[in-house]
Design a protein around this ligand. Sequence first.
Ligand SMILES: Nc1nc2c(ncn2[C@@H]2O[C@H](COP(=O)(O)OP(=O)(O)OP(=O)(O)O)[C@@H](O)[C@H]2O)c(=O)[nH]1
Ligand SMILES: [Mg+2]
Ligand SMILES: [Zn+2]
Length: 378
Amino acid sequence: MHAVRVTGHPGGSADAPDSGDDALRRLGWDDRLAALATGAARDTTRPGRVARVDRGLSTVITAVDTERAALSVDLRDAGPIERPAVGDWVLVDDQEGEVIVVAVLPRTSAFVRGAMREDETTGAQVVAANVDTVFIVQSLTAGPRLRRLERELVLAWESGAAPVVVLSKADLLDEAQLADVRDSVETVALGVPVHFVSNVTGEGADELREYASGNRTVALIGASGVGKSTLVNRLVGADVQETAEVREKDQRGRHTTVARELVLLPGGGVLVDTPGLRALALWESDDGLSRAFPDVEALLGDCRFTDCAHETEPGCAVLAAVERGEITAERLESYRGLVRELERQEEASDPRARAERNRQERNFHRMIKATMRDNPKR
Ligand SMILES: Nc1nc2c(ncn2[C@@H]2O[C@H](COP(=O)(O)OP(=O)(O)OP(=O)(O)O)[C@@H](O)[C@H]2O)c(=O)[nH]1
Ligand SMILES: [Mg+2]
Ligand SMILES: [Zn+2]
């Protein structure tokens, strides 16, 4: 159905193999990754970056080509977090006439959201891996949606990447309205850069492009219709992603982008465009919540009771801050809701998630060893 479109393949022609390493570097390949990949002794094993995943087949950009690769048996059996996701660095190899992903290199970051499985249990979904910066995109015509922003910030912090708030369609508001929005967003985006951008006038694009300089990776997340793909096109300088108008009556998008996809920037660096997500469930959180709510977390030690639920307890420092108007009641309510959601998640899935993470590391080393054993260097 949808053609695999990896724009501006960085590799030179097949008869210029020297450019291969360069081409990978423009996608973010570095010495750390090269060191991780040296275990593979087979001549045909080659590194690449996953640009897209369709029903188990990964589109992998290698030094001189774009290849479609199936999963090794081990990866097929692996959990959803271990399997290759868009942005992953992988090793592929030729096996019995097929290109196979034989290993996923350890990630530096992963944006993971909770996702409903077909059997209605919750699982995790890796939206993008090895991301340096997450653009949390919201449209100024439909927002700002502060409660959603809080949730997006928790997930972004948790990913290990740095969040940046991008408010799109700035051309549709006047100066006074923009100033009001900035004030309210800054009560939530604490210690996080906030950018206004217009994909019509081009305002803000240069600043945003900077985040991908030095061959870094930026993922765009946000609801359908906020202008993620339009922004990708603007940053690339060409219409590489499909876009569509929002519905007039409620400004909602039409879920135009259907797959997560890596898009290469002409000057190096990559963007990950993603389909708009209606609901954004949390997965697990170590410090994502405290980084998204530094104002609330800073007060927790000051409550009279150590098990204070910040609801009705006397001597509650958080409620006192709400009284003084330093934290809004909505924000506290939102914080409590996210805490409860995470507690439920942890009860339901934490052991499995932990086991999966550990297995990812182990599998990688096992596969490298197996490759070396089966295919001694000629
Ligand atoms: N006025 C204005 N319209 C914009 C801007 N950015 C995007 N749009 C319009 O908003 C609509 C939706 O844009 P898309 O880029 O398709 O939105 P998306 O976030 O990729 O949506 P999904 O792929 O469905 O998740 C299109 O009609 C765009 O032209 C902007 O800065 N200003
Ligand atoms: Mg889109
Ligand atoms: Zn309290």
